[in-house]
Design a protein around this ligand. Structure first.
Ligand code: FES
Length: 112
């Protein structure tokens, strides 16, 4: 949507393996090629993978995925975000940045 910016980081980037993701149903990578990313899901529900930048839009803590509530919660001041990154509750007003994610072979890929 913004050609010319960050050309080097465009496209699909490998952020981890399916084995890592399937272990806990989430994969947090602090230093992926596109920066911090949190992928939620498993290979069984590969069509519904979620990927966000886990940096809270309030003051930058790393948010957690709460599978039971199906939302992201910030441990610092309790901001809540929906699966699609939308700010729902608490002090954060801006949405989390979201990415496309997919599984290819044994790799988890995220699109910048
Ligand atoms: Fe996340 Fe304040 S940093 S709620």
């Amino acid at each position: 949507a913004n050609p010319g910016s960050n050309a080097a980081t465009k496209g699909w980037q490998k952020v981890g393996t399916v084995a890592q993701l399937d272990k806990t149903g989430q994969l947090l990578v602090e230093n992926s090629p596109i920066g911090a990313v949190l992928v939620v899901g498993t290979s069984k529900t590969a069509k519904n993978l979620i990927a966000v930048n886990p940096t809270c839009t309030h003051q930058g803590c790393t948010i957690d995925w709460k599978a039971k509530e199906s939302k992201f919660v910030c441990p610092c001041h309790g901001a809540k975000f929906a699966r699609d990154g939308k700010a729902q509750d608490g002090p954060a007003k801006k949405p989390l940045k979201t990415y496309q994610a997919k599984i290819e072979g044994s790799s988890v890929l995220v699109q910048a």
